[in-house]
Design a protein. Structure first.
Length: 267
């Protein structure tokens, strides 16, 4: 085994130092938010002089925050099943069917990931205004489905691409029809991708703000929009408490994705 030279050691030290500085740069803002959320004072303080859950209690006891949380949870339970269902069907069709313009269809499906969400929000505002249901819950549902749909297609597509088509052919050769094969063979094998896609869709919907700002109304304000408006009007560590909740949800989502399909396959 070749012994490392001084130059190799210096390069390794530089790489580790640069990597550590990047991780530190990304971690410090999150650490400041988390510690400030547990400060008892009425203004952000870092580091906090004492520990308190006062601002979490303020969030729970505030009817406006709770109403926004209710709207976000309702959206979560509507948007996630819809995106999982539509995304799974689209992924399977793209993987198994060959047709003219397949690449164009795939690019169109994934286009919400590339188009700025502000542009999508403005387009949806004009469209929903013309249709007469701007500010309704269903306007938010459609907007969130459009944003979450590509994530499901991407993650389920990874599972479908790793599925050996011969397993499905073997099932049908043994007498099972296409529908039974899909539910008995295909669906269990691509389940990790479906779970990861559902988690991605749920987290995206729960944290979406750009489109929600344009299509929401005073009766349908989600948690991210409420947070944005709250920072504009006033500021106290209640916002940090909400941010801590988002951080916890994101960590749980990442753990689920890593355990089901692996982050390296979808990132």
């Amino acid at each position: 085994m070749r012994k490392k030279s001084i130059g190799d050691r210096l390069l390794s030290i530089l790489i580790w130092t640069a990597g550590s500085l990047v991780y530190l740069f990304l971690t410090i803002p999150v650490l400041v938010i988390v510690l400030s959320a547990f400060s008892p004072n009425a203004f952000p303080e870092f580091p906090p002089t004492s520990f308190s859950v006062r601002w979490f209690h303020e969030v729970v006891s505030n009817p406006e925050w709770m109403e926004s949380l209710r709207i976000s949870v309702i959206l979560l339970f509507i948007v996630t099943p819809l995106t999982v269902l539509l995304g799974t069907m689209a992924s399977y069709a793209l993987a198994r069917l060959s047709f003219k313009g397949k690449e164009a269809v795939q690019a169109f499906i994934l286009s919400p990931l590339m188009i700025p969400q502000v542009v999508l929000g403005i387009a949806m505002l004009y469209l929903f205004t013309a249709m007469g249901f701007t500010g309704s819950l269903w306007a938010l549902v459609i907007g969130h489905v459009i944003i979450g749909f590509p994530y499901v297609v991407r993650t389920v597509g990874v599972s479908v691409s790793n599925l050996d088509p011969r397993l499905e052919l073997a099932s049908m050769n043994l007498g099972a029809g296409p529908i039974r094969t899909f539910f008995r063979v295909t669906l269990p094998l691509i389940k990790p991708g479906i779970i990861a896609g559902g988690v991605f869709s749920a987290v995206t919907s729960f944290g979406e703000i750009s489109i929600s700002l344009f299509v929401s109304s005073p009766q349908t304000i989600t948690i991210p929009v409420r947070t944005f408006n709250y920072i504009e009007q006033t500021f106290d560590p209640s916002v940090n408490a909400i941010s801590v909740i988002f951080i916890i949800i994101s960590i749980i989502a990442l753990l689920i994705i890593e355990k089901t399909i692996g982050l390296s396959k979808v990132m």
